[in-house]
Design a protein around this ligand. Structure first.
Ligand code: 6YU
Length: 492
């Protein structure tokens, strides 16, 4: 390409990296990534905890199989364990529910048999799959997933568990409350009452048994970035405003203004900032502002918080084969909207822990999961306060006051100024149209002398794989392809 168009990518997360890499590989020579922070990877962030490698952000490859670009790239770079490459693993269709071996503890310090809560788990999985069917049939009885579950559970309980005693029923209800908290983590939302019933089915799962990166998720980022020219990314360069134009002809259609006052001219800008950041800054990030329909979709789509708390122990208090620990509060046996005081009882929102495996590598490390406003409050506490809360929790649920964590470490995605939360979800009132509006480039319509000035990628712009790394990669490739096909048509 003799006269290569100037392309600026805003954000060096996986979506921006993949967009830039595809453009460079297709012969575009004038590509820059402007990144606010000092590192690439964004919400893919591997850290250290004692002697262990931990994932502060993205954890799994969801659905590792041929259609998943994370899986294909990771395999190509040799970043996966042999089991993950096993064809049987790829063929397993878990539909978003990994077959974890659970340990279940209750707030009175009892350890239950996993089978004790099977009825609640079965009912919950059935409710979620009924929601996806509702979506395909059309006609939703209520606006949110949470309300649907609350309205359905009493009927199903009355029918199904009519012969059970009050204590057994109460336990099943506590288990359903716990599963709702876990579902808040999966969806990155404060409450399932905020997740739209009609749009819940937009998310698609890929086949494959979820796997992790033994050397850390950031290995993927490092490999991809090593294929880019070394001066392509400019770090510590927050973008303040993208000046585009609806009519006025000028040589380079777009001017990207940075926080430090530096300006970059461009023919095309690919914006990959997180939806949380966009919600907070959209009024100032674009000049002229985004068209109303795009602005409304940015507001309507959901973006919540899901955080992790890593906890290390000297010895395990869970079974050797256990993958996940669930903590059931016996007094949460009524499915009403929980109105707990965030300050005093935030820890109740933690649904439990996943176990970091293999033990030979990680030692005895658990990863606690907590979503929503309680999680946002937790971010404001010191590590000492978080450790104290976890210690009390473990004492209460195990009934053993001698089990004490060695250390803890928690993520802080809500207070990260460049992310403002964890990932997107389809909130009440959202539809597929909102995701289409997110994707639509600027200027949005009419014949223009300067088309495709501002393009949008990032996790929250994928129509069915939003909230994932594979969704972010595919969205980055989509926008690179849009430019590639534009220039191949105009034969530049
Ligand atoms: C996945 C998983 N996973 C856990 C946690 C988190 C996320 N995800 P980026 O933010 O990366 O990049 C943007 C860049 O822009 C960034 O570097 C900024 O610094 C920069 N920037 C911002 N403003 C700027 C400015 N003004 N100027 C310049 N630069 C600026 N995904 O596949 N597996 O296990 C998890 C998880 C705690 C926080 C995850 C997971 C989400 C991914 O991490 C995320 O989508 C991508 O990394 C985003 O990449 P990006 O490039 O778009 O943005 C049934 C059903 C229900 C539906 N949901 C189920 C799905 C489950 C989702 N699961 C997630 C779970 C976990 C545990």
């Amino acid at each position: 390409m003799s006269m290569s168009p100037k392309i600026v990518v805003v954000g060096c997360g996986i979506s921006g990296i993949c967009a830039a890499r595809k453009l460079v590989q297709s012969g575009f020579t004038d590509v820059k990534i402007l990144e606010a922070t000092a590192r690439g990877g964004g919400r893919i962030k591997t850290g250290r905890f004692g002697n262990s490698i931990i994932e502060i952000g993205a954890n799994w490859i969801h659905g590792p199989s041929e259609e998943n670009p994370v899986f294909c790239l990771a395999r190509q770079y040799g970043l996966l364990d042999p089991e993950a490459l096993n064809p049987e693993n790829q063929a397993m269709d878990i539909k978003g529910h990994p077959p974890w071996v659970p340990n279940v503890f209750t707030s009175s310090g009892r350890k239950l048999n996993a089978e004790d809560v099977y009825p609640a788990q079965d009912m919950f999985v059935e409710l979620l799959s009924d929601i996806s069917d509702l979506h395909t049939q059309g006609g939703e009885p209520c606006p949110s997933v949470g309300e649907f579950i609350r309205s359905e559970v009493p009927q199903r309980v009355a029918e199904r568990w009519k012969d059970d005693d009050a204590t057994t029923r109460s336990l099943q209800m506590s288990a359903i409350s716990n599963l709702l908290k876990a579902e808040c983590c999966v969806n990155g939302t404060h409450s399932m009452d905020e997740v739209g019933l009609a749009s819940y089915g937009l998310y698609k799962t890929l086949p494959g048994l979820d796997c992790t990166f033994p050397g850390g998720y950031e290995g993927l980022v490092k490999n991809l970035m090593s294929e880019l020219p070394s001066d392509l990314v400019i770090f510590n360069k927050p973008v303040r405003c993208v000046h585009w134009t609806q009519s006025e002809p000028r040589e380079n259609a777009v001017i990207v203004e940075c926080d430090d006052g530096e300006r970059f001219t461009a023919d095309h800008v690919i914006v990959t900032v997180p939806l949380g950041y966009l919600k907070k800054h959209q009024a100032t990030l674009f000049r002229p502002p985004l068209p109303l329909h795009k602005m409304h979709s940015v507001q309507r789509l959901g973006f919540g918080t899901n955080n992790k708390i890593f906890v290390e122990f000297d010895s395990p208090w869970w079974d050797a084969e256990c993958d996940a620990i669930y903590l059931l509060w016996e007094d949460e046996d009524v499915l009403e909207q929980q109105r707990t005081d965030v300050h005093s009882s935030w820890i109740r929102k933690l649904f439990g822990f996943t176990v970091l495996k293999p033990t030979e590598k990680y030692g005895h490390v658990l990863c606690g999961w907590i979503a929503g406003h309680e999680s946002e409050h937790m971010e404001t506490l010191s590590e000492v306060e978080v450790t104290r809360a976890i210690t009390q929790l473990v004492h209460q649920f195990t009934g053993n006051p001698t089990i004490t964590p060695k250390r803890t470490l928690h993520s802080q995605w809500f207070h990260d100024p460049w992310t403002c939360g964890s990932y997107s979800y389809p909130a009440i009132g959202c539809s597929a149209q909102d995701l289409e509006n997110m994707i639509e480039p600027l200027p949005t319509k009419g014949s223009q002398s300067r088309p495709l000035q501002v393009l949008f990628a990032g996790e929250a712009t994928h129509p069915c794989y939003y909230s994932t790394v594979h969704g972010a990669i595919l969205a980055g490739w989509r926008e690179a392809d849009r430019l590639i096909s534009h220039y191949s048509k105009s034969k530049l």
